[in-house]
Design a protein around this ligand. Structure first.
Ligand code: RB5
Length: 153
């Protein structure tokens, strides 16, 4: 299991806390920036990190910006990415179980470091519920992405 990490200046604090958690628990990761608090553009880091998840170099990703929103919108433009902004434990669990989310997004101006570590821990350790209804819905999501989806059922 290897985790891809990315952030902008607004999420650097949370990413740093997640890195400490990953190192303490011997979980592999790659950090695709940013690396300091200088103002940067979140799509750059969303793209770098999301690309490493879809190409298989990393299994899951964690992205942080000020709200988690901008970086999730950008990540979700990368084909194959299902990025979810989460700020509570229930959603962190359910987005793995039902949505098979492959990137967790969090906001450094929304939640604290302790919460971020807890959500990362849940996200990393919760498997997808491989059930027909979830597979069917995720197939529809893929079809929307590919432009082949039809609402007529
Ligand atoms: C940067 O100031 C901020 O806009 C960004 O971190 C994020 O919150 C965008 O959604």
């Amino acid at each position: 299991m290897k985790i891809a990490l990315g952030c902008d200046h607004g999420g650097l604090n949370l990413k740093s806390a997640v890195i400490r958690y990953l190192e303490k628990n011997n979980i592999l990761y790659e950090d695709f920036g940013c690396y300091d608090e200088n103002s940067v553009d979140y799509p750059v880091f969303a793209y770098k990190t999301a690309s490493q998840v879809v190409n298989g170099n990393c299994d899951l990703g964690i992205l942080c910006c000020g709200t988690g929103i901008g970086i999730s919108i950008a990540a979700n433009k990368v084909k194959g990415i299902r990025a979810a902004v989460v700020s509570d434990a229930f959603s962190a669990e359910m987005t793995r179980r039902h949505n098979n989310a492959n990137i967790l997004c969090m906001g450094g101006r929304v939640i604290g470091e302790e919460k971020a570590v807890k959500l990362a821990d849940i996200f990393i350790h919760t498997p997808f519920d491989v059930e027909e209804r979830h597979l069917r819905r995720l197939k529809m999501v893929d079809e929307i992405e590919q432009g082949t989806f039809s609402c007529e059922q």
